[in-house]
Design a protein around this ligand. Structure first.
Ligand code: HPA
Length: 234
């Protein structure tokens, strides 16, 4: 196996299931805290990737970077060059809804977007990027079993963090979109195109409604709950 332009692994060291936090140091944290016998397979651009086992099952974890272009590249290479079958983004989001509080966990049923990523598929209409039903159902079952409350719905994958139009998000909120992040739509499209499974699980790190934000400690504990759900999907 040859390295890709962005992933240096040269042999069969990437598992069929990969967790994708945005931040590569989160990947390191997950590998050290949650995986057994984790071995690093990537450091190209410091986009750290590790493979270990969780309850005896092989699992990899690698940073995706921020934004649709970045996760678009990494997920494509993982699927097409390394045979990855299940890609689970674990990230953070900004809440659009007053009943979606900071630290809540969101599962992205579908991902609306303001990105042009879908144009490459030359579809004769608009596309609805959607989670893998298999992974989504399993994630909800796991969360119920663990007594972790999750909200499931449409999220927005935005290309813009600092929007010139400060109220643009309200239009999405009016359509029932739960929260904003910056990667899921590309992940869902790449997975759909390749016929593999993808899911996006998020913790609410800030609220566009109330302007509250989580502290670093708060982020860590809800982050761990989300990762525990994701790891069960391997
Ligand atoms: N915007 C985009 N992505 C995010 C946000 C946000 O407010 N919060 C966490 N990820």
């Amino acid at each position: 196996m040859k390295p890709t332009p962005h992933i240096g692994a040269t042999n069969e060291t990437i598992a069929k299931t990969v967790l994708l936090p945005g931040d590569p140091l989160r990947a390191k944290y997950i590998a050290e805290r949650h995986l057994t016998g984790a071995v690093q397979f990537n450091a190209v651009r410091n986009m750290l990737g590790y493979t270990g086992t969780y309850q005896g099952k092989p699992v990899s974890v690698m940073g995706s970077g921020m934004g649709i272009p970045s996760i678009g590249i990494y997920s494509y290479e993982l699927i097409h060059f390394y045979g990855v079958q299940r890609l689970i983004r674990v990230g953070s989001c900004g809440s659009f809804q007053s009943d979606l509080k900071i630290r809540d966990i969101v599962v992205g049923l579908s991902a609306s977007t303001n990105s042009n990523y879908a144009s490459q598929f030359a579809l004769p209409g608009t596309y609805a990027p959607s989670a893998s039903w298999r992974l989504l159902r399993l994630a909800v079952e796991v969360a119920e079993r663990k007594g972790i409350d999750v909200k499931v719905g449409n999220i927005l994958s935005s290309d813009i963090f600092y929007d010139d139009n400060k109220d643009a998000w309200k239009q999405w909120a009016n359509m029932g979109v739960l929260a904003v992040e910056m990667e899921a739509a590309a992940l869902y499209m790449n997975a759909a195109r390749a016929g593999v499974d993808a899911l996006c699980i998020l913790t609410v790190s800030d609220s566009l409604v109330t302007h509250e934000a989580t502290t670093a400690e708060e982020r860590q504990s809800s982050f761990n709950q989300m990762v525990e759900i994701a790891l069960e999907l391997a």
